[in-house]
Design a protein around this ligand. Structure first.
Ligand code: GRF
Length: 188
């Protein structure tokens, strides 16, 4: 299978996914799609020699240009790794049950519009939760809503801050995202 990773941030998850699959024949990370010129993920793409596609919000919502492009590039599976825009129907319909996302908390808690990145960890710490974690889930037309594929948890200590929690969550993401993708594409 050929995988497209959609990422618009630092790209540490995209980097880990590219690293994991680079030594394997099971799948190709064929494309990185980004909506933020200058994002760190472009460097990740360059390091791994993965082509990139930059997409504007208007194009993304309409889907008529890049959805056929993804299909023409033979993309079978889409991974959202820090891509914050809600996925529009044309993309969901073209890749039904073949789009997954990673969320840095234990959904259904701490999900939905506005709950991304640091805001998630701030809310979790403010509520004095004892644990948080990651959720890998299928993507549907609602934010953070499709069925859960995988969760892993971490403990929150009294000294934890949003920053230290973010670090714990990134470790979980880097450990579990690529192996979970591997299982899913094996079953395609
Ligand atoms: C991750 O924490 C992911 O859960 C969230 O965005 C962050 C992306 O981090 N949706 P990175 O760009 O992969 O470093």
């Amino acid at each position: 299978p050929r995988i497209a990773v959609f990422a618009s941030g630092a790209g540490s998850n995209a980097n880990e996914i590219a690293r994991y699959f680079s030594g394997k024949s099971i799948a190709d990370i064929a494309l990185i799609v980004c909506n933020k010129p200058g994002a760190g993920v472009y460097q990740v793409a360059e390091n791994h020699r993965i082509p990139t596609l930059t997409i504007s919000r208007e194009q993304f919502l309409k889907g008529d240009a890049y959805v056929p492009e993804l299909q023409a590039a033979g993309i079978d599976f889409i991974v959202l790794a820090g891509f914050l825009w809600k996925v529009p129907m044309p993309l969901i319909q073209a890749f039904s049950n073949r789009i997954i996302n990673i969320h840095p908390a234990l959904l259904p808690d701490y999900g939905g519009k506005g709950m991304y990145g640091h805001f998630v960890h701030e809310a979790v710490i403010a509520n004095k939760e004892k644990e948080s974690g990651i959720t890998i889930h299928y993507v549907d037309e609602h934010y953070d809503h499709g069925s859960t594929i995988f969760q892993a948890t971490c403990q929150i200590d009294e000294q934890d801050t949003p920053d230290t929690l973010a670090q714990k969550i990134h470790l979980l993401e880097h450990a579990h995202f690529a192996p979970t993708i591997e299982k899913l594409v094996q079953a395609l």
